[in-house]
Ligand binder design. Sequence first.
Ligand SMILES: NC(=O)c1ccc[n+]([C@@H]2O[C@H](COP(=O)([O-])OP(=O)(O)OC[C@H]3O[C@@H](n4cnc5c(N)ncnc54)[C@H](O)[C@@H]3O)[C@@H](O)[C@H]2O)c1
Length: 332
Amino acid sequence: MAPDEAVFKGKRVLVTGGLGFIGSNLCLRLVKWGAKVTVVDNMMPRLGGNLFNVKEVADQVKINFSDVRDSHSMDYLVKDQEYIFHLAGQVNHVDSIRNPIQDLDINCRGTLVLLESCRKYNREAKIIFSGTRGEYGSSVTLPVGEDHPTNPKGIYAVTNLTAEKMVLVYHDVHKIPGTCLRITNTYGPRHQMAHDEYGVLNWFIRKAIDNEEIPVFGDGRILRDFLYVDDLVDCFLQVAACDRAYGEVFNVGTGVPINFIDLAKKIVEIAGTGKVAFTEFTRERKEVEPGDYYTDISKIKRVVGWAPRTDLEQGLRKTIDFYRKHKKEYWQ
Ligand SMILES: NC(=O)c1ccc[n+]([C@@H]2O[C@H](COP(=O)([O-])OP(=O)(O)OC[C@H]3O[C@@H](n4cnc5c(N)ncnc54)[C@H](O)[C@@H]3O)[C@@H](O)[C@H]2O)c1
């Protein structure tokens, strides 16, 4: 089922992290559907903030270059918003290991500042929080459902889990409607392509486009499900529009696993360039690698009616085409 675009027409929507990968794709759709969109983004170095991401709607979104930890800005920005999509986060896995205090500050304090601004100035706003599959840690059973134990392996996942709990506490205690997504690896247009510190599938695509070796870690047999960003945008909008979603946590993925060797081979086949190669895990990466993961999406299908619509091959084709066309905006 496609989300209902009429729901967002004329609605006031705040997107934190709206210049990044997922946030910008979401903004483009919201603008297309007639929402009044405000973005807050601090353009943090080495993350995905890129003005080119929203170039085609630049005159239709308000961009506030601010930090979600700045309570003065947030007090002002949350006022009168009907929906708040909270995507601003420290998402760089390698930086998270090098500087975990920064993760704590952005992901936890940033979320709490946003929630406090809503408590003070706008308890009606509906908050949609973007968490990660990493909150589960190593899988005990597959596919992973929402009742799977949460034993995060890295601080990035710990701070996401904590932020998710904060959103749910404000839902229960202060009656500020909040819903939380635990999202699998997502790929597609508008991701940062400058380095390999997060966003593995997009990095593989860069290597293929540049006709270089695609570095598959270890034996390449680890399983993941990869979600195309347009399907994730559908998901955000469908969840936001569903009253029964508030107060709940949902897994978001495809549920269709593939291992990294087969993924790399598929990219080479579609791109017609690049070559699969094996490399050792770095020590840092090995320590936080949770192993096989793929998503049980039965809850979100049942409650919200969302399911992905793009298969991996279609998604890869669209993504490769996009970066071939816009390489210069993303390669540095
Ligand atoms: N991409 C994925 O595969 C994936 C998977 C699971 C969850 N998520 C979650 O989705 C969200 C968005 O991720 P993304 O992939 O779009 O990353 P991204 O790096 O492309 O976007 C993050 C954006 O947040 C902004 N930002 C960071 N700190 C900020 C702050 N303190 N104040 C204001 N803006 C700030 C950055 O400048 C950037 O534009 C994150 O919360 C991430 O944890 C992403």
